[in-house]
Design a protein around this ligand. Sequence first.
Ligand SMILES: C[S@@+](CC[C@H](N)C(=O)[O-])C[C@H]1O[C@@H](n2cnc3c(N)ncnc32)[C@H](O)[C@@H]1O
Length: 247
Amino acid sequence: MNKFQFIKEYCDRYGWQYGSENKALFFYSLTKMFRPRTVIELGAGYGVVTFMIGEALRLNGEGTIYSYDNGSQSRAIMNDISPEETIEDCSGAYFSYLNKKIEDFELGNYVKFINAEIPPYPSQFDEVDIVFSDFVSSPAIILQVLATYLPLMVKGGSIFFDSCASHFSCYSTIEFITERLNSGKIPLILLEGCDEELREKFALVVKNSRFTLKHINDVAKKTQNTFSWLQIEPADLVPHPRTNIMY
Ligand SMILES: C[S@@+](CC[C@H](N)C(=O)[O-])C[C@H]1O[C@@H](n2cnc3c(N)ncnc32)[C@H](O)[C@@H]1O
């Protein structure tokens, strides 16, 4: 069995718990094609999406996925993984388990799990290629994620919100904000707490970008299963990145 099949088998085994098995393949392809350097996942779960992105990064030969989790669902996850064991410290066991999987899948150079409560949002990165927000779904979280990461996104970068199109309040929020951003206006609420330097960065991103929003519904799943994809491309006459375009 090759590495991809090994990881895919893991995704098929545990992916259904959070409806991630098809999504993981989507992210695998996107990672292979877009070749991100920095990917941030907020909410690791079983690591289904994390490991698929990690495998694509390994094949690309560069990039890191930083996957953050506070272990709040670690009891359910560990009960599922080791039903026969009585585990005292579920959070500790959960992170040990995830790190052991990194070793099993030989993804040590590409995948980092971080035990952290969100917020605060990890923002120590100079540039971010992909953000996948999959810990809590609410309009407030959408605003916080956009406020943190929009100024840090690379050209052509993407921010994903899980379950966004399954909640009308989240769907309306992201639709409304995308329209505002495309009209060159930054809702003031996104700038609250930004210092002068960050405000300038924000203004530049909005001025020079085109924001494309797509809601993806995994209709193969029986229950409602969606994610929303906000892509931030340079406002240009040709697609980004410029490759062999014919005129
Ligand atoms: C839906 S699961 C993530 C699934 C994963 N992204 C995937 O697609 O396979 C949500 C995860 O978020 C974590 N979580 C929930 N609230 C959190 C918070 N405030 N800070 C950090 N992690 C949190 C939970 O422990 C859980 O593992």
